[in-house]
Design a protein around this ligand. Structure first.
Ligand code: NDP
Length: 402
């Protein structure tokens, strides 16, 4: 039985709040706080209707440490679940340290003015969390998150040594808009327009964004899609914690319409993250673009199709080469029926709830700052099966990845 404070009432925050509300034996007292409290209140109302539980709401500016600390002191949670934006990671970690509360997030810190996501800023908190006897769990979404746990699970049960990792993220769903992003548009566009980096031969190699693609056929009839190689933050921690990896890559599917729009928006400067002067005012083009695009939290009712996200690993077992894939398939409309969300927010919010559950139940308990693959994957994997993200393992799958 524990009190939690969830910060961020967007697409992911809504799912986390619904899923925590479903597990009353662990999450006995839930407060959802965000910059705009009306969004928290709307989610609270939906939770009352769908899950039959009432949760509390609050207003907070998570860029402001004293404001955060005051809210945490008032609520006295055991854990803060940060599903605001990556820009708030460090301020929320600071407030947790100041108030003696554990921390969890789903995306690594990114400075507002540089599209550069790296773990170095959060890893630098290791000693502070250790000294305070507190735990910070980083990246407990799907990717990062479940993909880190998948990798650890395959290593633990199927390999003596893992050598190549390919993380594959297919969104086979369609929302019917010519262009919309499935999670925060600003974060999404910063991610996919960044230079690609993949791990090979002991170093990260940089290539232009989207410059390598391959066709991939998902299992269970989810379909065939074009995958594009891009950099994703879990590669940084996975190659550190699995040093036998010779190659590690991240692949994501994109439709033609998405790519066409992104190219044009980039060419005309609409994805720029630096301020420009407009009619006597400073505006940041990507923030203006975000205001024009559909809110990801509104895509739920209209998104149809499935996601297919998994890890394909090759390596050695008993001196012999083998390959194994583990994946989850998630249906957008089923997610909507359960928690009024599309599958992208759902596949992020469920692992956030499970990571929190692991910490509150003491199954994952250690002072310091941790990535998901550093914890025992088994209890997390068991909970994925129970809480809406069942997974499948195939040994020697027929995939031939680049
Ligand atoms: P949204 O933009 O839908 O929601 C973000 C929420 O955070 C909004 O409610 C917003 O408030 C709130 N917020 C922003 N700034 C502040 C602030 N300064 N103080 C308080 N609240 C603030 O994003 P998503 O829900 O799509 O994504 C949430 C997080 O999940 C992001 O960090 C994203 O990177 C991560 N993510 C992780 C994935 C994974 O698999 N690991 C996949 C997808 C997302 P307001 O409504 O006022 O703007």
């Amino acid at each position: 039985m524990a009190k939690v404070l969830i910060i961020g009432a967007g697409g992911v925050g809504g799912v986390v709040a619904h899923k925590c509300a479903q597990v009353a034996s662990v999450f006995s007292d839930i407060t959802l706080a965000s910059r705009t409290e009306s969004k928290c209140k709307l989610i609270a109302k939906q939770i009352e209707e769908k899950q039959g539980r009432s949760i509390k709401t609050a207003q907070v500016n998570a860029d402001n440490v004293p404001e955060l600390a005051a809210l945490i002191r008032k609520i006295q949670p055991e854990l803060v679940i940060n599903v605001a934006l990556p820009y708030q990671d460090l301020t929320i970690m600071d407030a947790c340290l100041e108030t003696g509360v554990n921390y969890l997030d789903t995306a690594n810190y990114e400075p507002l003015d540089t599209a550069k996501f790296e773990y170095k800023w959060q890893w630098a908190y290791q000693e502070k969390f250790q000294k305070a006897g507190l735990m910070a769990l980083l990246g407990s979404g799907f990717d990062p998150g479940a993909t880190n746990v998948f990798t650890a699970y395959l290593k633990k049960h199927y390999f003596d040594e893992i050598q190549q990792l390919d993380i594959i993220d297919v969104n086979g769903g369609s929302h019917g808009y010519p262009f919309a992003t499935n999670f925060n548009p600003e974060i999404n566009i910063r991610e996919v327009t960044a230079d690609c980096r993949h791990w090979e031969g002991g170093e990260f190699i940089t290539t232009p964004p989207m410059s390598l693609k391959q066709s991939f056929t998902c299992t269970e009839g989810v379909g065939t899609y074009n995958l594009y190689r891009l950099y994703h933050e879990e590669l940084e921690s996975l190659v550190k914690h699995f040093p036998t990896l010779k190659k590690a890559q991240f692949w994501m599917s994109f439709g033609e319409s998405y790519l066409k729009h992104l190219e044009v928006l980039g060419n005309v400067g609409m994805t720029r993250i630096d301020p420009v002067e407009f009619q006597g005012q400073q505006i940041v083009p990507i923030q203006f673009l975000k205001a024009l695009l559909p809110d990801p939290a509104s895509l739920g009712p209209r998104t149809k199709g499935k996601t297919w996200i998994g890890c394909h690993v090759t390596g050695l077992k008993d001196g012999k080469q083998r390959k194994v894939v583990v994946y989850n398939i998630c249906d957008h409309q089923e997610c909507y029926r359960e928690v009024l969300s599309q599958a992208i927010s759902y596949t992020t919010g469920v692992p956030a709830m499970i990571g929190a559950k692991m910490m509150l139940e003491g199954k994952w308990k250690a002072a310091g700052v941790w990535n998901m693959e550093q914890m025992d994957p088994d209890p997390f994997m068991a909970d994925m099966n129970l809480h809406g993200l069942p997974w499948t393992v195939i040994e020697e799958p027929g995939f031939n990845l680049v």
